[in-house]
Ligand binder design. Structure first.
Ligand SMILES: Cc1ncc(COP(=O)(O)O)c(C=O)c1O
Length: 403
């Protein structure tokens, strides 16, 4: 074994032993030795439609045959990206929105942060530059989203971060209210995941998202929901905004929009955010990625949205119910400390003294791949997972955690 040429993301640069994945089918993947595993985190929280989903594969193939790629900078358009934007506008609870397309969650977040600021700037409020995020938040790795992260280790050593991007304590609405009281007319936006995912799956306290909405309304700031994990089916609804009944001004999305078959992401902007950008028809938006509106990524997303609409949103509710019941029963038996989550994304907080990485490794040996996060084991399976496979995830955790 040798250190591979590929420098892996979020990995030890000295690691030599990787599990090489060669194929996937439904909620399972298979490695180069022929071992098949349950993909209990839908890769990295994104393969809602499962592996080997024929309609998405066929749509990508057809689009590639017709027009694999062309940009959407001024003055060009393509049908799949226009159609995708329209479809997304139809399923989000925002009034008369528009959609900006990108490729990754990090790009979606940095887009949301930039567009929030420039919208205020264009509306004659150039001092509104402060963006507040929450401790425990994960918003990707580009400089905007990294600065907005509430996970300090991920920010260490990368040099100066973005000015005017600050964190509030994760669940403390009073602390957020104080920040507004001190700087209300300089705040451009609050960004939060409706359910904090990468930090360990933390649903919002009761009334918290409503409280953020109120504060933003009172002080003229935008509310951004980072729905990169929660959006597009994970909650059993199209958006977490719909699930929690709180409407933000901007929604970022990625992962579930295409189930990751081709990277696809973006930000949905409500009318109040878009309006200042449309006010002067000589002003140009100087923001965009080479692959914004990529036709093949858009075709993959459109096919994936069809698959979600065709039963998977409902299935997500059942997946979440069975998974959470299983984890809660482990908690009541004392095998784990507790279960937390919402929709079809859950985490098992381990008992004191249990190491999440060792638990994950032992589960991996038994053919189930969840994600170790801090003191917890995360589950966010493909929505096509069967009841038997869900039970196997829970039983395998029970076996390992009680050993
Ligand atoms: C809420 C949230 N925002 C942003 C990101 C960054 O997405 P990406 O890794 O595609 O850049 C993630 C990734 O997990 C995420 O969970």
């Amino acid at each position: 074994m040798a250190i591979p040429k590929l420098l892996h993301p979020y990995a030890l640069p000295t690691r030599e032993d990787y599990v090489t994945i060669v194929s996937g089918d439904g909620a399972t993947i298979t490695d180069a030795n022929g071992t098949t595993y349950i993909d209990a985190l839908a890769s990295l929280w994104y393969v809602q439609a499962g592996h080997g989903c024929r309609p998405i594969i066929d749509a990508v193939h057809a689009q590639m045959n017709q027009l694999a790629t062309f940009h959407t900078f001024d003055r060009f358009a393509n049908e799949p990206s226009e159609e995708l934007a329209a479809r997304i506008c139809d399923v989000v609870p925002l009034a008369d929105p528009r959609v900006f397309l990108a490729n990754s969650g990090s790009e979606a977040v940095d887009t949301a942060m930039k567009l929030a600021r420039i919208s205020h700037f264009r509306a004659g409020q150039p001092d509104r530059t402060i963006i507040i995020s929450r401790d425990r938040g994960y918003h990707g790795v580009n400089y905007g989203g990294m600065t907005a992260q509430g996970l300090p280790l991920n920010k260490e050593g990368f040099g100066p971060l973005l000015p005017d991007v600050v964190q509030a304590p994760a669940d403390d609405l009073e602390a957020m209210a104080t920040m507004f009281a001190e700087n209300g007319n300089r705040i451009a936006a609050v960004i939060t995941e409706p359910v904090q995912g990468a930090a360990g799956v933390f649903p919002p306290p009761d009334g918290y998202l409503e409280g953020l909405r109120r504060l933003c309304d009172q002080h003229g700031a935008y509310l951004i929901f980072d729905e990169v994990i929660c959006g597009f089916g994970r909650m059993g609804t199209w958006t977490a905004s719909e699930f929690f009944g709180v409407t933000p001004d901007i929604i970022t999305f990625a992962k579930g929009v295409s189930s990751g078959y081709v990277p696809s992401s973006g930000a949905v902007l409500a009318r109040n955010v878009v309006e200042p950008l449309e006010a002067d028809d000589t002003w140009m938006l100087r923001h965009g990625y080479t692959y914004s509106g990529h036709p093949t990524a858009s075709a993959a997303s459109l096919a994936n949205l069809d698959v979600l609409a065709d039963g998977l949103l409902d299935r997500a509710k059942k997946v979440g119910a069975r998974l959470s019941e299983g984890l809660k029963s482990l908690a009541s038996d004392g095998i784990i400390d507790s279960a937390r989550g919402a929709g079809a994304v859950w985490a098992a907080k381990l008992n004191d003294g249990r190491d999440a990485i060792s638990v994950r490794d032992a589960m991996l040996e038994r053919g189930v791949i969840p994600r170790p996060i801090g003191d917890a084991i995360g589950f966010c399976p493909p929505l096509v997972i069967t009841d038997e496979q869900i039970d196997r995830c829970v039983d395998t955790l029970a076996e390992v955690a009680s050993a």
